[in-house]
Design a protein around this ligand. Structure first.
Ligand code: ADP
Ligand code: MG
Length: 503
């Protein structure tokens, strides 16, 4: 039974403020809510109003140790369960999360500022789908029989790695967590998640819900800051695998720390994803595609955001005008209002960072920004971190706006004349996460898809990560894949060889 010091509701609740308060001040370790060992906590804000909505336990090495020790103790029995039984329990979690989807959507909208209708509700439903997908894959943890010699049976079996440390960011925290812990758990590992300091609440509620189904200690959740709580998790001797989504800068720190212990890491890092638009594309579909690709409804806070858009010259002017018109019609406002398309930036730090890029673009000679969508006028939102989408033209490829990940509603559009030249330009980036190209010439589309340096290339669509499709970048965008069966096998198990000489 759960020992709940806080009165979190057992039924789904649509009162996100009360739920945020109820979740305040606790990690979830060994099947129960516990405060930080130090007694410390930090504030969680609603970025649409600036109000403090909750406090989160401020984890440090002592909390990490408690969580990892619990996870390690639970792992032995968890791994002994038949794989299909583990999968069945994860499928039950999917159903419970599905039943709480609206609650989770409202909570994530409250803490991240992502609009309920266009983003938060979508995320909550995809999360349930990810758990349901991996829940069905228990029986796919297969090994092989290997021809070796007569009278020797040689087989491989897939074994779990042990305790997995998962570190997640704030932009799509529930989904990015699900991509890590669903396969890790089904494969027989137990997990300790360190949430992002900006968005610790919805993932904590998911942890609580899943702990109604999973044995205690299988899924533990810590909140806290990177160096104080994330770093000791990576460094803990009992953590046998780290999976991280975040910035390139921190990804490198995590990889170095994991290398010290010689443990495997999966890294999902940044992107500067190009979108290539040819004059023979389906024009209207492609304009709408640019809005989806740029993740304007998520304020561009996406590592796959199409932050570099290259448009073939004959349709360049018309395309930029049509895009600006459509973005202009989007409604910016209270994230919890059904009418809202675009909510807020996550935090003041991020707000200032994006404004710095915008100011630099605006000051660039020859550059021009189309500033779209009206800021909300509701006085209740006057402290909200609302930032208008900016569509820049006239920048040069050396500009920081074109080379660096902005993680805000800012995209740069360029005309091009030649397919080979635009391919070279698209590939001229330290990143290689995702790319899309839009054309009705399938021969050209497939040729370029093969030559674009990216982990995911889409032609005539640009969907977000989907269950069953491997997702992960090349170059500085990361190491390894997520979301697929192979991701579960390759990143959350090791292959043991067993040989039997029966001669
Ligand atoms: P962002 O810049 O978007 O916040 P970060 O890479 O800084 O992305 O953060 C992603 C996650 O990594 C967060 O959960 C953060 O707390 C964590 N983190 C930050 N620094 C470290 C570190 N030195 N070691 C481990 N985790 C860290
Ligand atoms: Mg950071």
């Amino acid at each position: 039974m759960l020992d709940q010091p806080m009165p979190t509701p057992s039924a789904p609740t649509l009162d996100q403020n009360a739920l945020a308060r109820a979740l305040s001040g606790h990690h979830f370790i060994g099947g129960r809510f516990v405060p930080a060992r130090s007694g410390r906590s930090f504030a969680v804000h609603n970025p649409a109003t600036g109000a403090e909505i909750a406090r989160a336990a401020e984890g440090d090495a002592a909390d990490v140790d408690a969580a990892v020790v619990n996870a390690a103790a639970a792992q032995k029995d968890w791994a002994k369960l038949p794989a299909r039984k583990r999968g069945a329990l994860v499928s039950q979690c999917a159903a419970l999360i599905g039943a709480h989807a609206e609650e989770l959507a409202r909570l994530i909208a409250l803490e991240t500022g992502k609009a309920l209708r266009t983003e938060s509700r979508v995320e909550a439903n995809v999360v349930a789908d990810i758990f349901s997908f991996f829940g069905g894959l228990g029986s796919e943890l297969k090994g092989e029989s290997v021809p070796f010699a007569p009278d020797v049976l040689s087989v491989t079996v897939r074994e779990p790695l042990g305790v997995v440390g998962a570190i997640i960011p704030w932009n799509v925290p529930m989904l990015l967590m699900a991509l890590k812990i669903a396969p890790a758990l089904v494969a027989g590992n137990t997990v300790v998640v360190k949430s992002a300091e900006e968005a610790p609440l919805a993932v904590l509620r998911i942890c609580e819900l899943m702990n109604r189904i999973l044995p205690p200690g299988c899924f533990n959740m810590l909140s806290g800051f990177g160096p104080e709580c994330g770093a000791p998790l990576v460094a803990h001797p009992k953590v046998r695998k780290v999976t991280f989504t975040g910035s390139v800068e921190v990804g490198r720190i995590v990889a170095v720390a994991a290398a010290e212990k010689l443990i495997p890491v999966t890294l999902e890092l940044g992107g500067k994803s190009p979108m290539l638009v040819f004059a023979d594309c389906d024009f209207e579909k492609t304009v709408m595609g640019a809005i989806t690709s740029m993740r304007f409804t998520r304020q561009g806070q996406s590592c796959t955001a199409a932050s570099r858009i290259y448009v073939e010259r004959p349709i360049f002017d018309r395309f930029v005008a049509a895009l600006a018109e459509k973005v202009n019609a989007m409604v910016m406002g209270d994230p919890l209002d059904e009418k809202t398309d675009i909510g807020t930036i996550i935090s003041e730090g991020q707000f200032e960072k994006v404004k710095g890029f915008v100011a630099e673009g605006a000051a660039t000679p020859g550059a021009k920004a189309l500033v779209c969508s009206a800021l909300p006028t509701d006085p209740a939102l006057k402290k909200g971190l609302f930032l208008q989408p900016h569509i820049f033209t006239g920048l040069t490829r050396e500009s920081r706006l074109v080379r660096e990940e902005i993680f805000g509603p800012v995209t740069c559009v360029f005309p091009f004349d030649d397919a080979e030249a635009v391919l070279a330009e698209a590939n001229d980036s330290e990143y290689g996460l995702a790319a899309s190209l839009w054309t009705n010439n399938l021969k050209r589309g497939l040729d370029l898809a093969h030559r674009l340096e990216a982990g995911l290339v889409q032609i005539n669509q640009n969907l977000v990560v989907q269950a069953n499709l491997s997702y992960g970048g090349v170059k500085s965008s990361g190491l390894g894949k997520e979301a697929s069966l192979e991701a579960m096998q390759e990143h959350f198990t090791h292959k043991k060889t067993i040989m039997v000489n029966y001669g």
